[in-house]
Design a protein. Sequence first.
Lengths: 104, 243
Amino acid sequence: MAEVLSLDPRVVAVILAMAVVTFLTKVGGLWLLSRFEVSDRLEAGISVLPGAIVIAILGPEFASGGPAEWAAGGLTLLVMWRTGNILLALVAGVVGVVAFRAVG
Amino acid sequence: MSNPRSDEGSGDADSRTVTFGRHGVRAGFLTALPIALGVGGYGIAFGVLAAGAGLSAAEAGLMSATVVAGTSQIVAVELWADPIPVVTVLLAVFAINLRYSLMGAALQPWFSRLSAKQAYGSLFLMADENWALTMRDLGSGSGRGAFLLGSGIAVWTFWVGSTVLGVLAGGAIGDPARYGIDFVLAAVFVALAAELWEGRSSLVPWTVALAGALLAAELLPGQWYILVGGALAGGVEVIRYDG
């Protein structure tokens, strides 16, 4: 159980730095609003970042995979679209990849 | 709830007073409970990934409790290595969470009437889910300034609790590849992508991000391709924006 509770000082430091960075993004908009005007153009650019970063992670990940991973990825997408349930989608993807690897 | 207007409170800051009290906290908490359950699903997934990256339950729980931003935490854990690539992790977290600045700014018509402590304290607990609920509530003229705080408490509780559960479950599994657990991360991102897809307007930035990331993965070391793909997509969107 010691492992469960272990707190590596370096890890804690990085986590707290992440927390500070995130807090600054959360309060930054309200704080800046009275001082600067954010253009619609910049706003449009910022709003695509989360989706774009997710895709940037997925691309090389799937490029280095094979048909089993592609099929399981497709299955995950399908279940997510149909049900909107993340846990169900994950289970489908993981069960799918095991099954597809077994037959592939 | 008497006024069903569902626009995002587009600026017409009504003259009604904005209160900050127990009533608003309670309303936010109860409204967010069903959605917080869904957040719990992500928390379990995040915990499993964090365990795979070598984080303890305490460390992952601390991250969920203090960062409170799911997508960025999942990406951070994906980048996790020994030694931790601190700069890459912090840049990625910053880029992914930059949208919160816009979301926080959208609350300005109401939050400008709260004290700094009330406003910034509430924003600490802001996530995509409870922000959307809060915009709807305040936009309907409820004047409940503590709604974000209450809904944030619901989301935070489930997020932190499910993270710890996920780490414990992940640690009990053993060899990940045998059960396809190595695929969980890819599956989480596929599910995230399905939720982040905004229709045709996402097509160009996502294509740019994909092409940029694939190219950068060939040319650059480490995980820079993630930031390259994201930055290119953001840049192209800024350039091609036409109102």
